[in-house]
Design a protein around this ligand. Structure first.
Ligand code: SF4
Length: 183
């Protein structure tokens, strides 16, 4: 007798890899300026319809409002330095908002762990979500290689992070994860 089909909730099938996603990438107006940064892409739309996407805004989770002042990592040194206490996150006026960013990163990690998430698609360039680039801390619109606090914490704990311009790479990684599960 064949095994019963896996349970289905919405488009989601039990056992499918879920994907943590920056809420602003799927249309939620949670950015510092009160806007979204919606990505119109067939891969993302497909994952959404499959019920894989788990949206989160680390800065909102960390207690920051919308709108809020922009913030950058001091010296553009990257999220790992913030996690060790070696760098702060500041607004243009010099207000220290580091604790909110750390709290948001911990929320993202807790969510990923609670759902067994191993893959995230996060908005690049953000002091929370950036994976390849962040701003350099001068508030002059300049970017530098590095990752944000949430991305750094997730990566350090086994969650692979891809920016919104690396969706094909994310799809390949997703395929690897699911083929390994199928054996
Ligand atoms: S913290 Fe991440 S999810 Fe929230 S607005 Fe910034 S880039 Fe988007």
């Amino acid at each position: 007798m064949p095994a019963p089909p896996p349970a289905v909730r919405g488009g989601y099938r039990e056992g499918m890899e879920r994907i943590l996603v920056s809420a602003c990438l799927i249309g939620r107006p949670v950015r510092f300026d009160g806007r979204a940064k919606t990505v119109d892409d067939a891969l993302l739309a497909g994952w959404r319809s499959e019920g894989r996407l788990v949206p989160l805004c680390p800065e909102i989770e960390g207690g920051l409002p919308v709108p809020r002042p922009p913030a950058e990592i001091e010296g553009g040194v990257g999220g790992a330095a913030v996690l060790t206490g070696a760098a702060r996150i500041l607004t243009p006026e010099g207000a220290d908002v580091t604790r909110h960013f750390l709290a948001g990163a911990q929320s993202a990690l807790a969510l990923a762990r609670s759902m067994g998430i191993r893959l995230a698609i996060l908005k690049d360039g953000s002091p929370s979500c950036g994976s390849l680039r962040i701003h350099d801390g001068t508030f002059r619109g300049r970017v530098t290689p590095g990752s944000g606090v949430t991305a750094a914490l997730l990566e350090a704990n086994g969650v692979r992070v891809f920016g919104e311009d690396r969706l094909a790479d994310a799809a390949a990684y997703l395929g690897d994860l699911e083929s390994a599960v199928r054996g």
